[in-house]
Design a protein around this ligand. Structure first.
Ligand SMILES: [Zn+2]
Length: 193
């Protein structure tokens, strides 16, 4: 579930829509949490679907570290990529604001951290000074945001958390412990919760 102080707005004809803050969201705020209404699409569920679904799935779902696709039921699926994201941490089952997000600013994440398949790379026009130009499968993407993610997690107890009821203390503890681990180990730890 996406943070309640957000709304979907049109960005432009190329990008389509994005998720924008409607109130101040401080660093360390849970901006999204996996919830029971989100659809976990396992490889077994996807196998019977034909290739006509591939583009739709690439556009509307992301990959979790266990190899499933996740279809967010709400505006979470409209979050755009940025090479300088305002949110991060999706592998943990929740995302946090990596920076203070002001009203009118967009909630974004680094798609390079979302276990892209080779066919899902794209030319980026995020406009960030740090823009990589092309976003492709990138095993180092998670490491890129580790300092910001650690700082944001350390700030969690000092800011309002409207999504806190969706993240159990066990998930939060497991996420904090797994954040600095390689993807395979993150997957093992988080699935043990
Ligand atoms: Zn970019």
């Amino acid at each position: 579930m996406i943070h309640p102080d957000t709304e979907v707005r049109r960005v432009d004809d190329v990008v389509g829509v994005g998720v924008f803050a409607t109130a101040f969201i401080p660093r360390g705020t849970l901006t999204w949490a996996l919830d029971p209404l989100d659809q976990l699409l396992t490889p077994e569920r996807l196998a019977p679907l034909g290739p006509q679904w591939d583009a739709w799935l690439d556009h509307h779902t992301y990959h979790d570290p266990a190899g499933n696709r996740v279809l967010c039921w709400d505006a979470g699926r409209s979050m755009n990529h940025s090479c300088r994201p305002t949110c991060g941490g999706s592998d943990l089952g929740f995302e946090v604001a990596l920076v203070d997000i002001h009203p009118g600013e967009q909630l974004t994440n680094d798609y390079g951290t979302l276990h892209l398949e080779a066919s899902e790379g794209f030319t980026c026009r995020c406009g960030a000074v740090e823009c990589r130009g092309v976003v492709a499968p990138d095993g180092s993407a998670w490491q890129r945001w580790l300092p910001e993610l650690r700082d944001a997690l350390a700030s969690m107890t000092t800011v309002p958390q409207p999504l806190a009821p969706l993240v159990t203390p066990a998930v939060l503890r497991a996420g904090r412990r797994a954040v600095g681990l390689p993807a395979t180990e993150r997957r093992r730890r988080l699935h043990a919760v």
